[in-house]
Design a protein around this ligand. Structure first.
Ligand SMILES: *[C@@H]1O[C@H](CO)[C@@H](O)[C@H](O)[C@H]1NC(C)=O
Ligand SMILES: *[C@@H]1O[C@H](CO)[C@@H](O)[C@H](O)[C@H]1NC(C)=O
Ligand SMILES: *[C@@H]1O[C@H](CO)[C@@H](O)[C@H](O)[C@H]1NC(C)=O
Ligand SMILES: *[C@@H]1O[C@H](CO)[C@@H](O)[C@H](O)[C@H]1NC(C)=O
Ligand SMILES: *[C@@H]1O[C@H](CO)[C@@H](O)[C@H](O)[C@H]1NC(C)=O
Ligand SMILES: *[C@@H]1O[C@H](CO)[C@@H](O)[C@H](O)[C@H]1NC(C)=O
Length: 375
């Protein structure tokens, strides 16, 4: 009897370990803002929530934590732990894109930066650290990134051993494809080996593939694109083809749409000529605003099967976005590739009853049941 109990206990433990080592990721980035406090997040829809952003000083290389930021960090983790895991995201689109490179190239700056990041994460009770360098743009910078990941992992492991705590998670937000394109013909590849060796996973930013900066309409985050490589499927598959372990890839989903102003309201398909951005701040609209726009203007809503995307148009305005249906299709695609999960950019942009986030969760669970997998 005892041995059967032990065996069952062992099997249970083995299963628990197997599950926790490859646990799904259903993540959400939260931007420091007064309008949508951490307490407004429905934590039953997510496994991980990211605090965005904090940036290192360009003179001391330490994370800059003002008193206001300290209050915000503490309230974030106090509110969300332990219902979800919390990570602190460093960098972001508005951060100086060469600062990480400068830091990584200078051993003492790098040690200071890493020490400060771990210290801040532990001080404010985060479970992990996320690096969001947008973007390394040269071969040398890709090497710097590889070095930064390796040094960061070494420091996290050493800290965990020294303090006898669970190691911090280490993740990074990355470009939609494994190759960062600086032109149609020139690109630089992300350091795939260093990612596999040192990161828990990468958050692949599979959105903003078309926007008002394009001179034509197009899906901002279409699953397919028969005419170009600007698609979610191309991006995700490039990461897998490039050699990143699928369980280390997490798909990005936008909770916002992009808007355009059509040159001719009668020409309103995908690829229609435009003058530039339509309504919304810089041509961006939260999902809930897109739905308001659709109902207030009586817009036509079109599902495009070639790109597996949805758009709406009214008068001379055109909006490309994701809705519960397109998100469910993408979640199925991510599972077909055996990816780790998905993340949303960003908190506060879904409908007030979390339509998209709920649909993503349901689609993910449905796929797991149907394939009999446990993930
Ligand atoms: C949060 O999401 C769960 C799961 O979908 C749902 O049952 C619950 O009603 C939601 N709570 C709120 C406050 O929206
Ligand atoms: C450091 O950052 C500040 C603003 O954040 C900027 O004005 C300054 O030029 C930067 N210095 C260096 C050396 O990059
Ligand atoms: C920030 O907080 C510290 C400690 O609570 C305090 O000593 C310091 O005066 C504060 N600084 C500012 C600028 O308020
Ligand atoms: C950071 O540096 C301080 C001072 O050298 C040291 O006491 C501390 O253990 C370091 N922390 C980490 C996480 O390496
Ligand atoms: C898409 O990418 C593939 C492989 O990276 C390349 O061979 C092809 O030329 C690209 N297609 C377009 C339209 O850019
Ligand atoms: C968009 O720009 C490209 C070149 O940048 C040009 O070839 C094309 O004709 C333009 N299309 C429209 C619809 O203006």
């Amino acid at each position: 009897m005892a041995s059967i109990k032990m065996l069952l206990g062992f099997l249970f433990l083995a299963r628990l370990l197997a599950i926790s080592s490859t646990s799904d990721v259903k993540a959400l980035y939260w931007l420091q803002q007064p309008l949508f406090p951490p307490s407004a997040i429905n934590t039953s829809l997510f496994t991980h929530v990211y605090y965005a952003f904090i940036v290192p000083s360009n003179t001391t290389y330490q994370l800059h934590v003002s008193n206001i930021t300290a209050t915000s960090l503490a309230s974030f983790t106090t509110t969300l732990n332990p219902t979800v895991a919390t990570l602190i995201s460093i960098g972001g689109a508005d951060a100086n894109p060469t600062l990480f490179s400068t830091i990584a190239a200078n051993p003492s700056a790098l040690a200071t930066f890493i020490n400060s990041s771990i210290t801040v994460a532990r001080t404010f009770a985060f479970h992990g650290v996320d690096l969001d360098w947008e973007f390394p743009r040269t071969a040398a910078q890709m090497n710097h990134l590889a070095h930064l990941f390796a040094q960061f992992r070494a420091a996290i492991s050493a800290e965990a051993i020294a303090t006898r705590r669970k190691p911090l998670l280490l993740t990074a937000a990355v470009y939609f494809s494994v190759d960062y394109f600086i032109s149609e013909t020139t690109s630089f590849r992300y350091p795939v080996d260093s990612i596999n060796d040192n990161l828990d996973w990468v958050n692949v930013m599979t959105y903003d593939l078309n926007g008002p900066w394009s001179n034509h309409t197009g899906p901002p985050a279409g699953l397919f694109d028969p005419k170009s490589n600007a698609s979610v499927s191309y991006g995700l598959r490039s990461w897998i083809r490039g050699g990143v372990i699928p369980q280390k890839v997490v798909m990005g989903l936008p909770l916002f749409g992009r808007t355009w102003q059509l040159q001719d309201p009668r020409v309103h398909g995908i690829g229609a000529p435009v003058f530039g951005a339509g309504p919304g701040l810089d041509g961006a609209m939260a999902l809930f605003q897109v739905l308001e726009f659709n109902s207030q203007t009586g817009a036509n809503v079109v599902y495009d099967k070639d790109t597996a995307s949805v758009y709406s148009y009214s008068g001379s305005y055109w909006v490309g976005y994701d809705d519960p249906f397109t998100v469910a299709v993408k979640v199925g695609f991510a599972q077909a590739l055996s990816l780790r999960g998905y993340f949303f950019w960003a908190a506060g942009l879904d409908t007030s009853d979390w339509k998209i986030s709920t649909q993503a969760l349901n689609a993910w669970m449905l796929c797991i049941h149907e394939t009999g997998g446990v993930n």
